[in-house]
Design a protein around this ligand. Structure first.
Ligand code: AHG
Ligand code: MN
Ligand code: MN
Ligand code: MN
Length: 330
């Protein structure tokens, strides 16, 4: 009988408050999954009038899933504060103490443009250590500004043909599939490793004219196929849900690029560091892959703002190394 998530966390000696927080996040994702599966039979389709801090029009499910995570995770005793793609500021839950605790960051609904067209979407989460405070004090935004390598856990849930959790606590990557009959999360992969080589790349090619020369050159060689200098026939994939594109890479290899774009040169790209790039980069590195931001490892990127963007090139280690060399020689 496959092990379930709770037993896996207990067997791997996860600190109890951390285990409780992870189980609370994942059980909330079970409820989000149930809403996603009802689609137009429920009230989750369509957009709102509101915009989020990113300047994006919010979808109903962006806000519904955000509120569900805020409400349910607040009960987890080790949680000090939360931050999300959908909230301007942090959401303090309880004071920092000398005992420390955890900071939870999440993209409650990733791939929002796919909600209304029945394409896989997901939830991404990242857990950072809360600083220890000599005297109790509320968490501050500055407490969140930690590099990706400081994460104690990261994961995503993909709402696809299966509802699957991919999780790391810094000691390998494991997958759990939601059993729709019992509501249990049963382990379906242990020690996921990403194949180092690949012939598959994911990028939104409509932005080609805005990319830096190194990225444009890389994609043009991919498009040249067997007639080009690398001789391989590359396949392009783009689902426009990071969770789904990254899950494919976790399962069979590939590279995912959402690179720097000349349209917003100071913004470094579309994807957000703290609750998209960092958790995905920890998972990818833990699975033997690499995650590069055009200068160095994403997990080592300086953090200056809760919602900062970053250029993302991640996946199969040998292919990312090739992309890095192109940047160094550009
Ligand atoms: P979100 O829905 O959380 O705002 O994230 C969407 C992101 C990411 O999931 C995906 O890879 C990317 O946006 C797709 O961007 P394009 O629509 O420009 O292809
Ligand atoms: Mn969004
Ligand atoms: Mn997202
Ligand atoms: Mn989102």
């Amino acid at each position: 009988m496959p092990t379930n998530l709770r037993d896996h966390l207990a067997t791997n000696d996860a600190e109890p408050a951390l285990a409780d927080l992870i189980v609370t996040v994942v059980d909330t994702c079970s409820e989000i999954s149930a809403l996603v599966r009802r689609g137009a039979l429920g009230e989750i389709m369509g957009a709102l009038e509101s915009e989020n801090v990113q300047g994006e029009v919010q979808k109903k499910l962006d806000v519904i899933s955000n509120d569900m995570l805020l409400q349910r995770c607040a009960a987890s005793a080790g949680l000090v504060a939360m931050a999300s793609e959908e909230m301007d500021d942090i959401h303090p839950v309880r004071d920092l103490t000398p005992k420390g605790g955890y900071l939870l960051l999440f993209d409650p609904l990733d791939g929002s443009s796919n909600i209304d067209v029945n394409v896989s979407i997901g939830t991404i989460f990242s857990i950072l250590p809360a600083p220890m405070a000599d005297a109790p004090r509320p968490a501050a935004l500055a407490d969140f500004l930690q590099k990706g390598r400081a994460q104690v856990a990261a994961g995503y849930v993909v709402y696809g043909p299966q509802t699957t959790l991919v999780l790391t606590l810094g000691d390998g990557v494991h997958a759990f599939t939601l059993d729709p009959d019992t509501g249990d999360w049963l382990q379906t992969s242990a020690g996921i490793t990403i194949p180092p080589e690949t012939k598959e790349y994911a990028i939104n090619a409509s932005n080609l004219r805005h990319w830096a020369p190194a990225v444009r050159g890389y994609v043009e060689v991919c498009l040249a196929g067997e007639t080009g200098p690398r001789g391989k026939n590359f396949n392009m994939r783009w689902i426009a849900s990071m969770v789904a594109d990254v899950h494919r890479i976790m399962m069979r290899g590939g590279v995912f690029l959402y690179p720097w774009d000349a349209r917003e040169p100071e913004r470094a790209g579309k994807l957000r560091l703290m609750y998209e790039a960092n958790p995905m980069s920890l998972l990818v590195e833990q699975a033997g892959g690499a995650a590069f931001d055009g200068h160095g490892a994403i997990l080592d990127a300086e953090v200056t703002d809760l919602h900062q963007r970053i250029s993302v090139m991640l996946g199969s280690r040998a292919e990312v190394a090739h992309i890095e060399r192109l940047h160094q020689s550009a």
